[in-house]
Design a protein around this ligand. Structure first.
Ligand code: DGL
Length: 289
């Protein structure tokens, strides 16, 4: 495929954001706070959530399909609001698509910088923790800090059900956090965008012992940087559109949007089939400025 030149994308085109499910809304929220004039299209791949224990090839296929679909909706930039997909496929997406692609990674660098006890935890999906990209991140920025890595089995499923604080969820989190706390961890990197919505219940367990590192704001800053770099910022007087899509029935998103983000919005159900891996299709559609 020949990438289309960036100039063909309107500055008022939306930023396309996707995740396996609701977690990416934490990234959307940070982008919206920093870039209020930007239109944001968010797609939750709820039909296939969670990604965290899926085969790598499956995650790659879904990330390509969602990216292509968002580009068909004229997205001028893509945000992979999913640590798991970022870990497995971000470089391939950047190589394939013409628009800037921003991802999200666990905050190993800030955790290593901030930890006083030099023991920190990382709560992320099994797929993220086993990825080569995460291992490299840890080797490059983990410095002299001991990192305790914990897969968050069952947490994404709970959040997708709308469970942010049930006794069962509290128990599950206690199981994951108690060994870290016992080892003296004073910092916890939230390595899955879903886990942002568990901040209150995590702090209930850790009390003041742990500070939480969430990279959503850093991602939003990076989105601003790449838009500036390509001169693609929406004008200050723009009327931003906020659109929500789901490959599932849209119900969890519809239900949780007011609670999570204070937004009442319709969630449109869409079908996004996998795309053949060697297709030569053009995934981009320019819109008028
Ligand atoms: N929210 C995603 C992440 O940041 C995906 C979690 C999942 O689907 O398992 O990793």
């Amino acid at each position: 495929m020949n990438p289309l030149p960036l100039e063909r994308f309107s500055v008022s085109a939306p930023i396309g954001i996707f995740d396996s499910g609701l977690g990416g809304l934490s990234i959307l929220s940070a982008i919206r706070a920093l870039l209020p004039d930007e239109s944001l299209y968010f797609c939750a791949d709820s039909r296939y959530a969670p990604y965290g224990e899926r085969e790598v090839e499956f995650i790659v296929q879904r990330a390509f399909a969602l990216s292509a679909w968002l580009l068909e909706q004229s997205a001028k930039a893509l945000v992979v609001a999913c640590n798991t997909a970022t870990a497995q496929v971000i470089e391939a997406l950047r190589a394939r698509f013409a628009v800037p692609v921003v991802g999200v990674e666990p905050g190993i660098k800030p955790a290593a910088a901030l930890s006083v006890s030099r023991v920190a935890g990382v709560l992320a999906t099994a797929s993220t923790l086993h990825s080569q990209r995460f291992r490299q991140l840890l080797a490059a920025h983990g410095r002299d800090c001991q990192f305790i890595l914990q897969p968050g089995y069952g947490l994404v499923e709970a959040i997708e059900r709308g469970d942010l604080d049930s006794p069962g969820l509290l128990k599950l989190l206690e199981r994951y956090l108690t060994p870290m706390l016992a080892a003296g961890a004073d910092t916890l990197a939230l390595g899955c965008t879903h886990y942002s919505f568990l901040t209150a219940v995590i702090l209930k367990i850790s009390g003041k012992q742990m500070q939480l590192i969430d990279t959503a704001t850093a991602v939003a800053r990076q989105v601003a940087r790449v838009l500036d770099m390509h001169n693609r910022r929406a004008p200050a007087n723009a009327t931003p559109r906020l659109c929500f899509y789901s490959t599932g029935d849209g119900q969890p998103q519809q239900r949780l949007l007011p609670a999570l983000l204070g937004i009442h919005a319709q969630v449109e159900c869409v079908r996004i089939p996998n795309i053949p891996s060697h297709t030569d299709a053009v995934f981009t559609k320019p819109v008028a400025s």
